[in-house]
Every structure is written in structure tokens, then in C-alpha cells.
Design a protein around this ligand. Sequence first.
Ligand code: FPP
Length: 247
Amino acid sequence: MAEQKQHSGGREAEGPRHVAIIMDGNGRWAQARGRPRLFGHHAGAKRVREIVEACPDLGVKYLTIFAFSTENWKRTQKEVAGLMSLFRRYIQKEAQDMLARGVRTRFIGDRVRLEPKLVDLMDELELLTAENDRVHLTIALNYGGRDEVTRAARRMAFDVAAGKLDPRDVDEETLPRYLDTCVLPDPDLVIRTSGEARISNFLLWQSAYAEYEFIDTLWPDFTPEIFAEVVARYGRRERRFGAVLSE
Ligand code: FPP
């Protein structure tokens, strides 16, 4: 391994430290089986657990997943209610396991529109796992990149109005401190499953320099093996970049 790194021009070949995933394709996966869309979301939730578990061995310290967007409210009431119930049950079921497995879980997105019971569970899980450090899981729930930047700008404006922030100090270092992701590094790699090549309002500011991987596999079929392949591809790309730098 060390020798391989030497061949890459002396620059250490690194995998992605922070991977973000747009988990797309649950509906199509269910449809292909003649089942309701929620069946696909339940299958998708099972995958989340496996992918989180795969992170430490792959050197992925931060995993951020897109569970529900600010646009997803436009789905049928039945699907939205089913997803909210799935999130509640997922947190209740996985909390102790996350604690035991060293998973620190955070949520990003606007909580105002979420039902209080779910918000309570989210707060409790964040608190429960706050001391963990093996893998940092961030779940984007009622999240939209534009909404996040807008909320950040609003908070900055309030700080300016309150005399806490000088407008002349607003720069590329200041704004990210107001984002939901303020404690997280930027993603190195963004993966979207299901063959769609769009970013759908996900981590718009944070992904400015990220690598993108659009994978044909539907999310419920996205195995830890496929995840490992995608992560390895990122490492290879980085190694080539290192070689160019050294010439
Ligand atoms: C997109 O597939 C997926 C979602 C909008 C929901 C993502 C949710 C999960 C993976 C389930 C649970 C997650 C957690 C954190 C417990 P889609 O419905 O748009 O699929 P389609 O494009 O095939 O219709």
C-alpha cells in the first residue's frame, strides 16, 4: 500500500472523507415489483444501515444522506405521511444501535415544518449520540440547498441588525458558519443513485468542489460492495491528480 502511494508521485492517495448520497429510486424499485412506493422506502431504509456500517472500513468518516427534500412535500399525502412515520420508526429502532456502534447522528434541514414528535426524536438522537466519533451520519430532512442558504442569509442579516456582525466581514468563511452544516467538512464525493444526473438542490454551497458519481443502481439495490467500488474509484481519480501535480 505504501509503495503504491509512492508511485502516485509521492502524494498520499486518499479516499473521500465525506460522502454525500442522494438516495434515489425507491419508487421505481417498488413499482418494478408491483408494490406501493412506501415498500421501496422501507427497503431503502434497510440499505441506509448497511451503508453507514460500511463507512469506517472505507475510511469514510462523514456520511450525509438526503432523506426528504423541501420539494418532497409535493408528493401525495399518503406518501409524505408514510415517510414521516418511517423516519420516526427508524430513529426509535436504530437509536440504541447507533449509540453502541459509535455513530454520531445529526440532522440538517428546516425543522419548523416537521411534526413535533419527529423533531423531539431527532433532538434526542442527536443528544444521545453526541459523544460518538466512529462515523458521523447526517440525515437531511426537509432539506433544500437554496432554503439552507436563504435561512443562513436571514440569520446573518439579523446578526448585522443586532450589531453582532459587521457587513464588511461577510465573506466565504463567514457564510458557511451560518449553514446547517457548519460543523461538517465539505463533501468530497456526492453519489446519486438511480441513473438521474441532477443534484436536486442538495448541498449546493458545500459541493462546489466535490466529485460527482451518478450510478444507475436504484437505492434499495445499492449494496456496500457497490459503495466500496465507487469509493475506490474516487481514490484512483485522486491518485492520477497527484501524479499530474508532481510533474
Ligand atoms: C427518492 O426515491 C427517495 C426519497 C424521497 C426518500 C428517501 C428515503 C429513504 C431512503 C428511506 C429512509 C431513510 C432514512 C434515513 C430512514 P424516489 O421515491 O424519488 O424514487 P423514484 O425516483 O423511483 O420515484
